[in-house]
Write a protein of this length. Structure first.
Length: 155
């Protein structure tokens, strides 16, 4: 048995890709547009995972985040997904937690649980999915503005 992916439903594929790719630095590995089913699947990989696929894995996928975008219905209505935290959270090990949190903050992303300890932070995607960021290796020394920043909302 091996882990394949986590599927996350998104309401706005462009906003989701901006968060996951431009913000977190994931790479789009594969995209499937299904006209008959009226949905798009986008498979994303972390930088250190993207080159690990063998030819047979490329068909089924290595460890990915699968964004599922269900297209609007005939009236233009988009399905509203509630409770993005009901499955838990995604977690990524990052090279520099302070730099990534600053980058996300500069993009307008709220740092719900700042990395006060130099080790762990939480943010949310545009669809309310909780994402845990963990510093690779040993924690960084506490530093401002993170060390004194309060929590914001829930994660």
């Amino acid at each position: 048995m091996r882990y394949l992916h986590t599927m996350v439903r998104v309401k706005d594929i462009d906003a989701a890709l901006r968060f996951y790719c431009d913000g977190l630095g994931l790479y789009e590995q594969r995209r499937i547009d299904n006209d008959a089913g009226r949905f798009t699947l986008v498979f994303l990989a972390a930088p250190e995972d993207r080159d690990m696929a063998t030819p047979t894995e490329a068909l089924r996928g290595q460890a990915h985040v699968e964004l599922t975008y269900n297209w609007p219905d005939e009236t233009g209505a988009v399905e509203d997904y509630q409770g993005g935290r009901n499955f838990g959270h995604l977690a990524y090990e990052v090279d520099d937690i302070y730099a990534l949190c600053q980058h996300l903050s500069d993009m307008g992303v709220v740092i719900n649980r700042p990395p006060r300890d130099g080790s762990m932070a939480f943010v949310r995607s545009p669809d309310g999915i909780s994402v845990e960021l963990l510093q690779k290796g040993h924690p960084k020394a506490p530093a401002e503005p993170w060390a004194s920043m309060p929590n914001s909302g829930s994660w």
